[in-house]
Design a protein around this ligand. Structure first.
Ligand code: FE2
Length: 182
């Protein structure tokens, strides 16, 4: 399950209800999914999509998503070091960014218009929906591994628009995990 930090308030949220409520308050949808049948996180993409087809179809109907795929990023992914800076600078998209974490972990920072930046550490089982237009950035955790289902309203919309604000530089791109809750 995710861990949410609000660095400016020195707050950490580690319980599902608290996380869901806080994130909903800043426009971010958070859910924890369980596979309909056991599926190995290394299974082929089709099996992963199959295991979560109920949740995927529900979400598609709700958010107007038309396609789903599975992305896999590891420390061995070619071009990784060139790719990561594209995610880790503050940006927004013309469509929602929807990720369900199958394996590994990652760190989203969300920058709401009216409230402090929120750091959301996601891991296996977490679904996060960042609505279009929401300022955010993303870093891998130290394992440099994440496998995630992505849902798209229109793949052409998934282009980052960078703000160039430099806000991202004020926040540590570090995953603390659940062991370091304060
Ligand atoms: Fe993004």
């Amino acid at each position: 399950m995710a861990v949410v930090r609000i660095p400016e308030k020195n707050r950490t949220l580690a319980e599902k209800a608290a996380i869901t409520d806080y994130l909903a308050g800043v426009g971010i949808e958070y859910e924890v999914w369980e596979a309909a049948q056991p599926v190995h996180p290394d299974a082929p993409a089709e099996e992963i999509l199959d295991a979560y087809s109920g949740e995927i179809e529900t979400l598609k109907a709700r958010g107007g998503y038309v396609t789903a795929d599975v992305i896999n990023v590891t420390a061995q992914t070619p071009g990784l070091d060139a790719m990561l800076p594209k995610f880790s600078r503050e940006h927004w998209h013309d469509e929602d960014e929807v990720r369900f974490i199958v394996q590994g972990s990652g760190l989203f920072h969300v920058h709401p218009a009216e409230s402090p930046v929120v750091a959301i550490e996601v891991e296996t089982g977490d679904l996060i929906r960042v609505p279009r237009g929401t300022l955010h950035w993303f870093d891998l955790c130290s394992s440099r591994h994440i496998r995630a289902i992505r849902l798209f309203q229109d793949t052409s919309g998934w282009t980052p628009h960078y703000t160039g604000s430099g806000v991202d530089e004020k926040f540590e791109p570090v995953c603390f995990g659940r062991a370091f809750q304060s």
